[in-house]
Ligand binder design. Structure first.
Ligand code: MG
Length: 268
C-alpha cells in the first residue's frame, strides 16, 4: 500500500520491527538491521535513503555504539527514589546536562577510570535515539521523531560532581557514556524495566513508569532548548541504587525490550 510515509527512512525501519546496529564490516563502519540471528547491512545511515545490501550472522558482527550522537543530553533527576537517595527536592522542570560525543563507547569497550578521580558510579538509563531533526516539538511530535531506544550507562565521577557543584567534568570523561547494544525501534517506552548489574549482582531496578517526566516530554523539553539531530541521544535519568565501579568489574545495563549492554571497567 502506498502511503505518504512510504519513502521515510525511519518509517521503513519501524515497519521491519528490526533493531539498528552499527558494526565493523570488512574494515568499514556500517549500519545494519538486526533480528535474533542476522544482520542486514544498509547502504547508508538509517536516517538517510538506505537500501538493504547483504546479510551476515549476528554472532559474527562486531557491534559498535549503535549511533554517533552530536550530543548526549542527560536528565539528572527523573526517578523519585534516586532523588531521595541524593537528599534533593523534587524538580519542577527536568534538570538537564550534556555529555560530550567523545564520552560515547559501544558494547564490550572498557570504561576507563582516570587516576585520582575518586568514586565512579554506574547509572543505568533508558536512552532515546532521535531519528529526525527536532526543534520546539510537542510531546506528540517528539514521539514521531524518535528512532528507538538503547541501554545507556551515565557513568559519573561522584566525588567530582559534589566538589564542582555542576556536572560537566564528572560526567564527561572519555568512555563515560556506554550506549548499545542496538537501537530497538518497535517499543513503547512507558513501562520498561531498567536494571544495572555489577559482576552479575543486581544493583538497580526500576520501571520507567516511575519516571517524573515521560521520555516524550523530555525530548519535547530538550528540543525547546537545543535542536536535536538524527543520532542524538536523550538519557532519561537513573533509578535509585547507584553505586561504585572499579577496575576489574563488569557492568551490565539491561532495558526490557531493548537488551543487555556489557562493559568491563579498567584503570587508565
Ligand atoms: Mg544519570
Amino acid at each position: 500500500m502506498e502511503t505518504s510515509n512510504h519513502n521515510d527512512p525511519i518509517e521503513r525501519i519501524r515497519e521491519t520491527g528490526m533493531r539498528v546496529v552499527r558494526l565493523m564490516h570488512e574494515g568499514a563502519c556500517r549500519y545494519g538491521l538486526a533480528d535474533e540471528a542476522t544482520v542486514t547491512l544498509m547502504t547508508d545511515e538509517p536516517f538517510a535513503a538506505w537500501e538493504a545490501e547483504g546479510v551476515l550472522p549476528l554472532r559474527e558482527a562486531h557491534l559498535m555504539s549503535p549511533v554517533t550522537p552530536t550530543k548526549v543530553v542527560a536528565v539528572g533527576l527523573n526517578y523519585r527514589p534516586h532523588i531521595e537517595e541524593l537528599g534533593l527536592d523534587l524538580p519542577i522542570e527536568p534538570v538537564i546536562f550534556v555529555k560530550p560525543s567523545t564520552s560515547v563507547i559501544g558494547p564490550g569497550v572498557p570504561i576507563e577510570i582516570p587516576p585520582g578521580v575518586g568514586r565512579v558510579d554506574h547509572e543505568a538509563e533508558l536512552g532515546v535515539v532521535i531519528g529526525r531533526r527536532t526543534h520546539r516539538a510537542s510531546p506528540e511530535e517528539a514521539a514521531e521523531n524518535v528512532l528507538g531506544y538503547v541501554c545507556g550507562n551515565d557513568v559519573t565521577a561522584r566525588e567530582i560532581q559534589r566538589v564542582d557543584g555542576q556536572w560537566t567534568r564528572a560526567k564527561s570523561f572519555d568512555t563515560f557514556c556506554p550506549l548499545g547494544p542496538w537501537v530497538a525501534t518497535d517499543l513503547d517506552p512507558s513501562a520498561l524495566l531498567v536494571e544495572a548489574y555489577v559482576n552479575g549482582e543486581l544493583r538497580q531496578r526500576a520501571n520507567t513508569r516511575e519516571m517524573l517526566f515521560h521520555p516524550f516530554d523530555l525530548v519535547s523539553f530538550v528540543s525547546g532548548v537545543m535542536t536535536l539531530v538524527p543520532g542524538d541521544v536523550i538519557l532519561t535519568g537513573t533509578p535509585s541504587g547507584v553505586g561504585p565501579i572499579q577496575p576489574g568489574d563488569e557492568v551490565e545495563i539491561r532495558v526490557e525490550g531493548v537488551g543487555s549492554l556489557v562493559n568491563p571497567v579498567v584503570a587508565s
